[in-house]
Design a protein around this ligand. Structure first.
Ligand code: CAA
Length: 270
């Protein structure tokens, strides 16, 4: 059984078994790659994903990360086979959510590009990302209730914050799936596009973000996420300190100077 999380950032991108990775135009792209199981999330996949995300987070050439699956499935949930005979003690010792906690701490923006199924842990993984671009064929849902359990990787919390109590309650209690269009109308996702465009659209969004000053992007992400676990007073205080801190960055000088000189800024991430 895999249990401990590797902290190594020295990795061989070609060595992964369950993910495919590439880097283009300052964006890191990670594709979940367990197609015969609809990208069901098992421990080795999660371990590889976190290892790669951690490496990308530390790589200065990468400024934004796109996480995707394939046309049929982003991910159809946590691997049911791996949980079917598990006891509570097995689950505690397995400590799988340590990986999820690590994803939550990634500093760089994460854009999920979703087509097909994003169910259970797959929907939760998408919601752990900062923005979601979906194809018209995407199907979201938290069907864990049908297995005699409930979402365990943040579904009850993140879905409720995104779509409100009444809708989240219905979705979690019935396990009903919902469409990309519904997800858009309810504020869970950013955009719905034809299936042939979902990855391109996610990359375009990532490239736009990658063109912005990286330290300001990092502070902006932290400040927006602060909303979810703090009072308005503390959130405003956090935002103000982050705002002041950015006045120490070279990119702030460059951004403001470029505006006054009527030219495009060149951000260095310093
Ligand atoms: N875990 C393990 N294997 C899975 C899986 C999962 N979550 N989802 C799909 N698979 C496997 C199937 O067992 C099948 O494998 P075999 O070919 O070896 O039999 C393969 O992927 C293809 O799946 P189907 O034949 O079922 O494909 P389908 O098109 O008929 O149905 C589906 C697609 C409706 C998504 C269906 O696969 C399904 O209902 N999957 C389970 C969805 C689910 O309940 N997810 C929640 C998991 S629990 C969880 O995520 C807990 C948490 O919060 C962390």
């Amino acid at each position: 059984m895999t249990s401990a999380m590797s902290t190594s950032t020295d990795i061989d991108l070609k060595s992964f078994q369950f993910i495919l990775t590439s880097v283009e135009d300052h964006i890191g792209i990670i594709q979940l790659n367990r197609p015969d199981k609809l990208n069901a999330i098992n421990m080795p996949l999660m371990e590889e994903l976190v290892k790669c995300l951690t490496w990308m987070d530390h790589n200065e050439d990468i400024r934004c990360i796109v996480l995707t699956g394939n046309e049929r499935a982003f991910a159809a949930g946590a691997d049911i086979e791996q949980m079917a005979s598990a006891t509570p003690v097995d689950m505690i010792l397995r400590d799988q959510f340590v990986y999820w906690d690590r994803i939550r701490k990634i500093h760089k923006p994460l854009v999920a590009a979703i087509s097909g199924y994003a169910l259970g842990g797959g929907c939760e993984l998408a919601m752990t990302c900062d923005m979601i671009i979906a194809s018209e064929t995407a199907k979201f849902g938290q069907p864990e209730i049908n297995l005699g359990v409930i979402p365990g990787a943040g579904g009850t919390q993140r879905l409720t914050r995104a779509v409100g109590k009444a809708r989240a309650m219905e979705l979690v209690l019935t396990g009903n799936l919902f469409t990309a269009q519904q997800a858009l109308e309810w504020g869970l996702i950013n955009k719905v596009v034809p299936v042939e465009l979902y990855l391109e659209e996610a990359k375009n969004l990532a490239k736009t973000i990658a063109s912005k000053p990286p330290i300001a992007v990092r502070m902006a992400k932290e400040s927006v996420l602060k909303t979810f676990d703090t009072s308005l007073e503390s959130g405003l205080e956090f935002e103000r300190k982050a705002f002041y801190l950015l006045f120490a960055s070279q990119d702030k000088n460059e951004g403001m100077k470029a505006f006054l000189e009527k030219r495009q800024p060149e951000f260095q991430g310093r």
